[in-house]
Design a protein around this ligand. Structure first.
Ligand code: ADP
Ligand code: MG
Length: 339
């Protein structure tokens, strides 16, 4: 008799959760991405105790059909791709079908969703992978996800959580990046009942920057726009006076997805070159568009890193686009004009 056997689904989900759900912010990222993919124009986020006690994301997107709701929480169940070919032209933020089952394996999840304006929807409750309720309920169109007591059944992971303040910092970071990625979506974010962010959702990136970094920073940014046959770049980048001590000041978006990328960071820094003081980073939001076949997003479980197929060309394009924008602003040190 052999000794190898397939793991049962619950155990498989718990193992996957170890990869996908690192901390409350990873849950929040997945839930917001789902709301964006559902075509929402409003996304309301709230959290309690750094998200460890409670995270809630409510959207006015497409909703989930009653018959699909339980399926949405099954492993590798997704409405976003269906063939291998799809994997090379991903147009949605999600595609792995792993987030909901992973989250539900390590928390207490309540989901209410409705696909029409008739006021009727479906409610599903899952705790640690076990279904507690699945019934009809009253609900507006869209989806509400409430995730409570994250890691309640995985104490080893819970032990590694940092202070409420640190977890809140990570949550804010996720909301900020998503809000910057989608100025056309109205976001709110509150923590322990305090409203921390509200964006207008009118498509104006500068207004989102103002809501996050302050009005004066938003004013001191240069609009950037450039394209070639492969790439289009638009966004806002700081005048060399508007710098930060931290590389987090740079937000890179690729086809609407927030990513971390050395391949994009380096050409931007190169473009500013001697204009920046040592160890300072420009505040910038750079939204890069390219054919999905030019970027592989399936290289990281949280989809935070990507691989570009023509990286050298891309670097050169980004450097030249940022250079043009920054040099077009005649940089006059304050006081110089009065001398
Ligand atoms: P993925 O996003 O990779 O498809 P998820 O586990 O995050 O996988 O979600 C599974 C499925 O549940 C999605 O493909 C989608 O059909 C549905 N879904 C999840 N969240 C929402 C939402 N907020 N609105 C509409 N549908 C949703
Ligand atoms: Mg998803």
């Amino acid at each position: 008799m052999g000794i190898i056997r397939s793991l049962d689904e619950h155990l498989a989900n718990q193992i996957a959760a170890g990869e996908v759900v690192e901390r409350p912010a990873s849950v929040l990222k997945e839930l917001i991405e789902n709301a964006v993919d559902a075509g929402a124009s409003r996304i309301d986020v709230s959290a309690e105790e750094g998200g460890l006690h409670m995270l809630r994301v409510a959207d006015n997107g497409s909703g989930i059909q009653p018959d699909d709701l339980l399926l949405a929480f099954q492993r590798h169940a997704t409405s976003k791709i269906s063939t291998g070919k799809d994997l090379f032209q991903i147009a949605t933020l999600g595609f792995r079908g792993e987030a909901l089952p992973s989250i539900a394996a390590v928390a207490k999840v309540k989901c209410v969703s409705s696909t029409d304006d008739g006021g009727l929807g479906q409610l599903l409750e899952i705790e640690g992978g076990a279904v507690k309720a699945n019934r009809e309920t009253n609900a507006p169109k869209g989806t509400e996800m409430i995730v409570k007591d994250l890691f309640y059944n995985t104490p080893a992971r819970l032990k590694y959580m940092k202070t409420i303040q640190t977890e809140l910092g990570h949550l804010s970071d996720i909301v900020y990046r998503q809000a910057l990625a989608r100025p056309d979506i109205a976001f709110t974010f509150s923590h322990n009942g305090n409203l921390l962010l509200r964006t207008p959702g009118n498509g104006e990136l500068r207004q989102v920057v103002a809501a996050i970094y302050g009005t004066s920073s938003a004013k001191a940014m240069i609009e950037l726009k450039d394209e070639n046959p492969d790439y289009a770049l638009h966004g806002l980048t700081a005048m060399p006076t508007e710098t930060r001590a931290n590389r987090n000041a740079l937000t890179f978006l690729v086809n609407g997805r927030y990513i971390r990328s050395q391949a994009l960071m380096q050409p931007v820094m190169q473009a500013y070159h001697t204009l920046l003081p040592l160890h300072r980073f420009p505040l910038a939001v750079l939204d890069l568009r390219m054919h999905p076949s030019l970027v592989d997003v399936n290289v990281h479980p949280a989809k935070l890193e990507v691989r570009f197929s023509k990286e050298n060309e891309l670097r050169a394009f980004v450097e030249s686009a940022v250079k043009k924008a920054v040099s077009s602003e005649a940089y006059i040190p304050s006081g110089a004009a009065t001398r």
